[in-house]
Design a protein around this ligand. Sequence first.
Ligand SMILES: [Ca+2]
Ligand SMILES: [Ca+2]
Length: 210
Amino acid sequence: MARPSLSVAPFDIDGPGPLGTSLAAYFQAGQVTHEALSQQGIELAQTLTLGAGVRYTISLNWAAIQANIGTGYNAEGGVFTLFADSTDLAMQAAGSISYGTPHYGFLTAPYTPTSGGARRVGIRITRPFTIISTTGTAQWVDNAAIVAACYANCDASTTPPILNINDFICFLNRFAAGDPYANCDGSTTPPVLNVLDFTCFLNRFAAGCS
Ligand SMILES: [Ca+2]
Ligand SMILES: [Ca+2]
C-alpha cells in the first residue's frame, strides 16, 4: 500500500553524490494496518519486449528520508527491489533513518532472459511498518533504466578493445552449447541456430560497439 498523494517533484536523488536535482518520483510506502513482518508497498512496472539471451543491466537510484522533524526515528526507511516477472533481481534496504539522516542508494542487477518476449520489469518499494503521517517517512526513486549490452561483445569484456578474437571464441562456444544468445538473427524456424547466425554475428561485430 502507498499513499495516493504520490508526486513527481524536484529532488536530489543521491544527496551528497555527483547527481544534481532533477524530477524524481515520491512515495510513502508501507502498511495501512500493522501486520508483523509483512513487507507492504507499491510496485512500479513496465511491460517490455526483451530479447532472448540478451544481457540487460537494470538500474535505479533511490532515497529514503524522514521529512519532518516531529516524526522521530524509523527502523526501516524503505526496501527497494528490482524485479522481472516473478523473479527478484536485486534488493537494498535503506535501514533506519531519522530526521536529518536520509539514506541513498543505487540498485543495479544484470538480467538475461532465456526466451524472448514480454517481461514485466520494475521496482517494488515496501516497508514492514505502517505509513507515518503525511509528512513523515518517504521514498524517492529516479533514473530507472534498462540497457542492453552490446551484442557483439560476447564475453562482456570492459577493457579496450572491447571487441576482439575472444568474442568470436565466445560466440562459437555459445553456439555449440545451444545458448539462445547465439540466435543472432532472432529466427524461430528450426534449426534456430544456423549459418545465418554466424553471418549476423560477423555483421554485428563489424558494426562495432559504441
Ligand atoms: Ca569482448
Ligand atoms: Ca538463428
